[in-house]
Design a protein around this ligand. Structure first.
Ligand code: ACK
Length: 319
């Protein structure tokens, strides 16, 4: 059954508006793999109005993926068709016709995930050659085998937070709850443009208000709001909680949250009021934003629109 699912000799409705012929895709390499999914780099001929070959990313399933994973991929496909925002990853097409694997073809982000990018930036400790009102003090630079330079400034961090908040504000206007917001699910494209991605767990809140989720293998506990952990309640406000953890990841250049804390004890710690402390290099202003995202009462948390405004203001105040 699994192989059959992966090969997808089954009845998936083909959407002629988005369907892209598999034989116009040249698969080049594997960019990464999850438990059941795989992301490939490919070249697509004449896709989405682009003449000639365009480098794209292709999301597909591994052979051992099951029905659940196929449904998640198809649900991601359905949602991606509806969204269009500079800070949200763009769908270019899909191959869902019988006789081959399901492919979601999405825009290629040359720097990969934000988490990977931030961690590459930290490999060389920098000279404190940047001055900034947010108080962070690094501009690490790393020269890689490819002629690519990995740098991040304090201003970049605020700009990333701003862009992600804008992408999320758009999604919340669309009544979409992401449910897996984390640095690993933000892609960084040319010109350091952040794109919210990985819609596999995303749900339409019109469809099922404050989505109650059935138990599922992979749960991003350290990004989850207390109400999601205890009652499986997912709203834009629980996305805001995750966004706070994501800002913490930005400031720490991709560190793993709650270091040394077992996921089993996290819920009780959070309920008793425990929160991550202010990271080194993090301004008080930025830490206050994180702490607001981590308010126990979801109603007290800022909205993504308010967060975007705050970051925009921080950027404009910087010299
Ligand atoms: O951090 P990375 O290099 O960037 O490793 C992951 C991997 O695939 C598995 O998700 C990369 N990836 C995912 N989507 C894209 C995309 N649209 N463009 C470029 N890289 C991508 C991601």
């Amino acid at each position: 059954i699994a192989a059959d699912l992966a090969a997808n000799n089954r009845n998936i409705e083909v959407d002629p508006e988005w369907e892209f012929p598999r034989d116009k895709l040249i698969i080049e390499q594997v960019l990464g793999e999850g438990e059941f999914g795989r992301v490939l780099r490919a070249k697509a001929l004449n896709i989405a109005g682009n003449v000639g070959y365009t480098t794209v990313a292709v999301k597909t399933l591994k052979d051992d993926a099951g029905e659940r994973e196929l449904l998640d991929l198809l649900s991601e496909y359905r949602l991606l068709k509806e969204v269009s925002h500079p800070n949200v990853i763009r769908l270019l097409g899909a191959s869902t016709s019988p006789g081959g694997p399901v492919y979601l073809i999405i825009e290629f982000a040359e720097y990969g995930s934000l988490r990977t990018y931030l961690r590459k930036c930290r490999q060389i400790k920098s000279e404190p050659n940047i001055r900034c009102s947010t108080g962070e003090q690094w501009t690490p630079t790393v020269q890689y085998d490819e002629p690519k330079v990995f740098t991040v400034s304090a201003r970049d961090i605020i700009s990333f937070a701003w862009q992600i908040a804008k992408g999320m504000a758009y999604l919340s206007d669309m009544k979409l709850v992401h449910r897996d917001l984390a640095a690993r699910n933000i892609l960084l494209a040319a010109e350091k443009v952040c794109k919210v991605s990985d819609f596999g767990l995303t749900r339409d809140v019109y469809e099922d208000d404050a989505y109650l989720k059935k138990s599922k293998g992979r749960v991003p506990v350290k990004w989850m709001a207390p109400e999601s952990l205890s009652d499986q309640i997912y709203t834009n406000k629980s996305d805001v909680w995750s966004f706070g953890v994501l800002v913490w990841e930005l400031v720490t250049l991709g560190a793993s949250p709650y270091p040394g804390i077992a996921i089993q004890s996290l819920f009780h710690l959070l309920r008793s009021g425990y929160r991550m402390e202010r990271p080194e290099n993090c301004s008080v202003e930025l830490y206050q934003i994180m702490r607001n995202c981590w308010e126990a009462d979801p109603e007290k948390r800022l909205t993504f629109h308010e967060l975007a405004e705050k970051f925009e203001k921080m950027l404009s105040e910087e010299v």
